[in-house]
Design a binder for this molecule. Sequence first.
Ligand code: G3H
Ligand code: 13P
Ligand code: NA
Ligand code: ZN
Length: 328
Amino acid sequence: ALITLRQLLDHAAERGYGVPAFNINNMEQGLAIMKAAAACDAPVILQASRGARSYAGDIMLRHMVTALAEMNPTIPVVLHQDHGNNDATCLSAIRHGFTSVMMDGSLEEDMKTPASYDYNVDITARVTRAAHAVGASVEGELGVLGSLETGEAAAEDGSGAEGKLSHDQLLTDPDQAVDFVLRTKCDALAIACGTSHGAYKFSRKPDGDILSMETIRRINEKMPGVHLVMHGSSSVPQDLQDLINAHGGAMPQTYGVPVEEIERGIKLGVRKVNIDTDCRMAMTGQFRKIAQDKPDEFDPRKFLIPAMKELEALCRDRFERFGAAGQA
Ligand code: G3H
Ligand code: 13P
Ligand code: NA
Ligand code: ZN
């Protein structure tokens, strides 16, 4: 059944687990994610970006996710708007059956320019008032995602933003986080702790201090009740880079967020873990492999079935490691 983000994350907090939030654009991603959730009895967050909504269409997305929930009657599902950029995006999502929205006021409407604190509080509080009036949940974001390694802010699409930011700007301020949640009444809070979107997060092997666990720990200490969200949580697995590159791909070597780091974050209060890049790489790895291994193949299902299997295995691993398995 479709439930709200608040319902799911309250349960996750009570039991101390994290829920992966996988991005969805099409039926095959939905089928694979739900197969994994059903196989390990885990609740799931399916999130659609603005790009996903224009790719599939709101009506298609709603019917698709409703169908996925109906096919898996024991699995709680949240349908969440990822990175809403203004009131209209969030309210139209709710109108189309989303049970939760992210109002990302950390950036201006263009989703590139870091926004002022006052802008963020205003727009997030306004969207939360409207969403709560009709029973939907809201995720806010405070702090600018970006690499602590390069000091580059990350735009929503994973491209670098203008100029360099200091360490302080790339990490959410714990006192400001308390003020933000009190003033906006958002249900979940995305924080900046050193992750960024996309495949190219770190240029060398992470050494264990790649994320600011201290930021997570301090926010949770000040506000034990708040549900924290970690964006940019793909691990960019080496085996998927190798699979892609062994079959005609040309992805430069890169490093993501190790799953152990996410597990540490979950112990400190992270409840929602956003993953898109890893899912893309799982499917694309198999597309490339089939295309190269079977050049005479032209039935799309012969590409999509292995791609779904690869994605399902990835999702299962994350459900299990985040502690969501068995929690449906
Ligand atoms: O944070 C961005 C997500 O990975 C969604 O990406 O806007 O290309 O669908 P997208
Ligand atoms: P990745 O690019 O690390 O998968 O992050 C996805 C994300 O944060 C979506 O909001
Ligand atoms: Na989100
Ligand atoms: Zn994100």
